[in-house]
Write a protein that binds this ligand. Sequence first.
Ligand code: NAP
Length: 332
Amino acid sequence: MQSVVLARRPEGNPRETDFKVVETPLPPVTEGTFLTKNHFISLDAGFRNWMNEDSGDEVLPAMALNEPVMGLVLGEVIESKHSDYSPGTLMMARFAWQTHSFSDGTDFIARLPNTLEFTPSAYMGVLGDTGMSAYFGLTDIGKPTANDCVLISGAGGAVGSIAGQIAKRSGSRVVGIVGSEEKAEWICQALGYDAAVVRDGSESLDGAIKRACPKGVDVFFDNVGGRTLEAAISAMNHKGRMVLCGAVSGYGVTPYGPNNLFDIITKELKVEGFMTHFRHERYEEARNQLSQWLREGVIKTPEYRLDGIENVGKGFADLFAGRNFGKTVVAV
Ligand SMILES: NC(=O)c1ccc[n+]([C@@H]2O[C@H](COP(=O)([O-])OP(=O)(O)OC[C@H]3O[C@@H](n4cnc5c(N)ncnc54)[C@H](OP(=O)(O)O)[C@@H]3O)[C@@H](O)[C@H]2O)c1
């Protein structure tokens, strides 16, 4: 089996060389465990957090050097001595970046239907953790309506590409913040965003958001944090809702703290963070609704796909460089 290990702790944005592929023999399957062959590895920006020393929390312990990197995979049971998991069982699971995984069933596992209706990698993206984050954040917290202007940061990434399409369903004006002109054009043409703000430093974020959202922002869905969050707070309308999903600008560096938190009081904003991890019991609800939208063709499932476990490190670095359009997955 092949595993991607953490060769050194990334400093700032991860680099391909922070990771290394190692090969080890497959150990035997013991009583009460099962073995999977992993078909896809999902690359998720949030896992960068647990690559820092002493970063462990209630979700995951800090990752250890020279050990397989934790992530999310789509796996299929190929051998089992566990009564609940027979060969052929498909799952999205929190397993390490490996071609095969062993489990005693106590890991974070979401079973998938035996016959997949959509392309398998979609179960890592729109029907996986990132699509569900967009779904939970908007349906539980953002609740956009036709009169709202919705602003989304990281708008062309895995979460953002789905959040934009869900927000559009409510009839809102939907504006995305992205890192390049090319991605700005793509989110408007391929995903249906009404306008885009490019954070390339050519204009202040405050000014660019004001131009794209002339009536102010009613719902902000944040994947980025830091200065982007600060600019969004300034643009919020009275009684606006702020959905805090992620803060990728602060992973691996000292995070920048917004200096305008008093606006939250004077504008009476609702600010709520959430973790999809803690909504495990609602995965089926989310997957059913997102599947229905896919079936109806009202949302698309864009992905940035790489092939081969040797490209996992590159794919993870690409995420932080904004090279991904949609969900980043690696077929293994
Ligand atoms: N709360 C939850 O349960 C949950 C679950 C899943 C993910 N998340 C969070 O959702 C966010 C998106 O994750 P993802 O896996 O879907 O990644 P992603 O959005 O597919 O990729 C990250 C994107 O963020 C932008 N970015 C990277 N570094 C940045 C920086 N320093 N400043 C501003 N933008 C930057 C880049 O796009 P541009 O260059 O185009 O801007 C990049 O494409 C992350 O913050 C993640 O932690 C939260």
